[in-house]
Design a protein around this ligand. Structure first.
Ligand code: AMP
Ligand code: TRP
Length: 332
């Protein structure tokens, strides 16, 4: 059975972008693949984050995974730092990755901002840790949003160069799996910016745990234009905000954006927005309700995560041993 690996950072509230770009797809995939879904806490410390917030976020991500439909009896759900092999292989791959490759990573440029001297070594080297996450499990497919494509391509480059440097087939080359619709959900305030949990404005995003009132307000205030909707999605090319809202609707409803345009053709946003609001609430309400239920028993969440870590460790250890041996380390 083909193997899947993906992960999410416990660095803040999860958004509709995470759901449509990643989580929703993960749930479908667990029916036909051997899936590992990780809470990448070691990635989350590459940016400033209070320890108490990190701890809460880890439980929240675990609860969100399960509330969205990831089932610990079908998928391996675990916390990255529970499996030491990630850090170990991450270091080894870092020693085999030219700085020139890391310099091209756009996420580092975005996250480091203007003052690169102040960015941490961890933030810079983070793609090597991500490569280790994926390569440890001989992963075939990595379901992610569009923004992660570059990191998966780098992972392939690292795998290929290590395999050929040691003339060994140490790592399987993974492929990114990116949905056609929903791979890039944009901010509600600016249709050219990604919807992100790190945007300073809460009104730029819909969080999976937002209550009904807040969802109503956020969609009401979402930036749009005064034009009616066209009957053809291609005509929205230079109307990024309108394009985004149609994409969200399509993605939640399981229709093509073209079909949604046909349904709402000629209508103004005063008609479309209430329909979108109703759909978002219908889909998110059960999830946020379930997240709250799951968070009320953290012991139970911890038990699932421990089991997941045990399985992940077993799967990771042959690859790590093999890599250590090939690199020339002496076995204990
Ligand atoms: P992150 O929130 O950066 O840890 O991302 C976790 C997963 O959600 C990754 O697969 C991202 O590609 C995906 N993701 C994050 N934001 C968006 C977005 N605005 N649209 C689509 N996918 C997203
Ligand atoms: N870097 C990813 C993000 O910011 C999270 C991540 C870490 C990941 N390790 C991974 C995603 C391995 C897929 C596979 O979204």
């Amino acid at each position: 059975m083909k193997r899947i690996f993906s992960g999410l950072q416990p660095s803040g509230v999860l958004t509709l972008g995470n759901y449509l770009g990643a989580l929703r797809r993960w749930v479908e995939l667990q029916e036909s693949y051997d899936c590992l879904y990780c809470i990448v806490d070691m990635h989350a410390i590459t940016m400033p984050l209070e320890p108490t917030a990190l701890r809460e976020n880890i439980y929240e991500v675990a609860a969100t995974y399960m509330a969205c439909g990831l089932d610990p009896s079908k998928s391996t759900l675990f916390i990255q730092s529970h499996v030491a092999a990630h850090a170990e292989l991450g270091w080894m791959l870092g020693c085999k990755t030219p700085m020139g490759w890391l310099n091209r990573m756009t996420q580092f440029k975005d996250k480091a901002g203007k003052d690169k001297e102040k960015a941490s070594l961890g933030l810079y080297g983070y793609p090597c840790l991500q490569a280790a996450d994926i390569l440890l499990y001989q992963t075939h497919l990595v379901p992610v949003g569009e923004d992660q494509k570059q990191h998966i391509e780098l992972t392939r480059d690292i795998a290929q160069s290590v395999n050929s440097a040691y003339n060994a087939s140490l790592f399987t080359l993974p492929e990114p799996l990116i949905s056609e619709i929903g791979a890039r959900i944009m901010s509600l305030r600016d249709g050219n910016k990604k919807m992100s949990k790190s945007d300073p404005s809460d009104f730029s995003r819909i969080n999976l745990r937002d209550d009904t009132d807040l969802i109503v307000q956020k969609i009401k205030k979402a930036r749009t234009d005064a034009e009616p909707l066209p009957d053809n999605f291609d005509q929205l090319a230079d109307r990024p905000e309108a394009r985004n809202l149609i994409t969200i609707y399509a993605s939640l409803q399981g229709q093509t954006p073209q079909k949604v345009c046909e349904t709402f053709s000629g209508q103004l946003f005063s008609i479309f927005k209430p329909a979108l609001t109703e759909l978002v609430i219908e889909k998110l309400e059960p999830i946020s309700h379930r997240i709250n239920e799951l968070l009320s028993d953290k012991g139970e969440l911890a038990r699932h995560l421990k089991k997941g870590a045990e399985r992940a460790e077993e799967l990771a250890s042959p690859t790590l041993r093999n890599a250590q041996n090939i690199f020339g380390f002496v076995a204990r």
